[in-house]
Unconditional design. Sequence first.
Lengths: 314, 502
Amino acid sequence: MGHGRAQLRAPLPKRPPAFCTGCPERPVFSALKIAQRELGETHVAADIGCHAFATLPPFNQGNTILGYGMSVASASAVAPSFDRRVISILGDGGFWHSGLTAGVANAVFNKQDSIVVVLENFYTSATGQQANPSSGKNPRGDAVSMSIAETIRSLGVSWIKTVNPYRVADTLKVIKDAMTTATGGLKVIIARAECQLERQRRVKPETAARLKAGGRVEVPRFGVDPDVCTGDKSCMRFNGCPSLTLKESPDPLRDDPVAHVDATCVGCGLCGEVAHAAVLCPSFYEARVVHHPGAWARGLATARRRVIGWLQPA
Amino acid sequence: MASRRPVSILIAALGGQGGGVLTEWIVGAAAHAGYPAQATSIPGVAQRTGATTYYVEVFPERAEPGGPEPVFSLYPTPGDVDVIIASELLEAGRTIETDYASPGRTTVIASTHRLFSIAEKSAPGDGVFPREALEAAARALSRRFVGFDGLALARRHQTEVNALLLGALAASEAVPMTAADFEAAIRDGGVAVDRNVRGLKAGVELVAAGPDDGEAPRRDRPWANVKAERASGLGARGAAFLTLAARAEAELPEPLHAVLGEALARLVDYQDARYADLFLERVRRMRALQPGDRLTRVFARRLAVWMTYEDAIRVADLKTRRGRFERIRRENAAPEGSVLVVTDYLKPDLDELYGILPAAIGGPIARWAERRWPDGRPTIGQQVRTTTVLGFLRVWLLARLRALRPSSLRRQREFALMGRWEETVLMAAPLDENLACEVAELGNVVKGYGEVRRRLSGALARFLDDTARPALEADRRAGAGFARSIDLIRAGRLHLLSDEKG
């Protein structure tokens, strides 16, 4: 035993599981991490679901996991011993499973002053995209419309904010509001966007078919200017996207690698949003390739390139 | 029959990288050939990019109806594995680290491309696990090592890494199934059949063609060629650069020419020849105290990068260059006739804006702003479409403000800290070359933008005054070498870079 370790000399870096590329849950934890950097750390009760990956690097957000849908219930138990509002995380699966009654209803009943973040991504994704009441249909395909926001409102919660998680700055502001508002009682933030894995399964073949048929298709992808990136890696610590990786610096005078977005990027925009919200650096850009743009758009682009070309030395 | 054992195959992969499909193909091929087989996996990590493994056992004799059935294991045992297949090099290393491979028995088939783990990505400096160590360990602790860059090959053959690995497995003859059995398994699977069969065949050929020497090792191009390229890239300022480079080459030995030349090109590009001359002067002064090439090299690199600190003018300049848009087009494989729209995420904070102003004007504003917003400055967030004329102009005009730079507040502040660092290197230079190099490396601490850069700058200033210099003085007085200071300064540098809050 131990030959391998001796041969390799140093322990290998661990590779914990993480959110998929473009996952709508990741930006919520980016915002949560930035919020805690600015306002100080508090207790975060995590739950079962993909979002449990937020307890791992680079987010390290989540102090406890009690059981499926049990985050709010567990937070209720510890909230009185904290001088800040505690935060519970719930997926839509966990919310409908038991979080609604054991967690939210109980917290309202006990007039608990804390925060619940519901990640509504329309499937019970961690176990394979099973339908739940947020999916819009049941497993047999019958249309069902059940709203988390309406359900919570009916329990008497009035502080409910729905956010688009990909807008990190907005989410950050809502989290900070929830942490600092004078309003007591339960504050619920619903971060609503479709599971990216399921979305890609749907969108990819559609896009391919449209491209083949000569239709207009926009393909967004993010990038890093390798000469603007200084290799400080602060972006990695708020992101962890599989497509945000490293490459050798093209700069002969630097030796640390620089950030790089590889071809698996789905263009969700998180890296740019994080660089913006956490004021990290100006290295990120979105490159949107418009296929089959049509004559007018093509003419306009050519004219623009010509004018811009006058200002650029060759 | 009693003596026969199953062939054991351990598959190491990342969730979502096709390890599950690879496992199904192997089991399918075994079924097609009539060999009993069993596969197990760790549920719940598919698609989740974490390290994961699959395990397959294939009994190498055809099952007879009514005959005895083989007993399979659910788990691999260290040292008792015939084949290890890894879809990525670090994961191959992980099976080696945990002693699954044995030199007398195991065939290791691995794609040698790297997907970095989060720890490697967020480590300070270069935290990437050395690839040579992984490959050497896989070679040393296996009977046979078959390695190839599956990601690059998959792109070239328009296929997937796992199909290439399957082909390599078929050709390795480490399992009783043949390439025909594997192809049948792919066809039975019915998903992207052409693409995967293409990969299978490419994988078979790869192994048949024998060991690959790998890509030709990257050779540094001769400096004379690079110099000519840099000069032409500088346009009208190219001549001034060549004059400076010639002077540096006359004064300093050949091994330093490339580093100094790159530095001079960068400084001329950033500001002008006079600015570059300032750099050369500082390098000369350092060299007079410590003639070793090693210190000159480290100091010159760190100084050149620092002197070309990324202010808003620099960023605007880099963002509006012709070559940049060409690179983006290329990287996104934008076809002829498509339109490229680039949106830049710019968010300079106030410091970066009044930093451009002359120190006499910017100074009072800075003092006021620092009182008004003690932690963190307000920012002006902009998402600029730099492929439109107005968007481009906005950034381009900022880049024209280079003339303001020499008298700017930002330059004054950068040069003040740079000077403190340089003084410390100058203190160390006559004492000990290793020590001086370690101090010079501290120049690499200050990086990033806005708050990140402010934090690192403050931390470096404190570290220089409160730790590095006192340690150096203490070692000098004790007169027993500088090992202590060197360790302390190195540890300090890594700490400064890794601390999220500074």
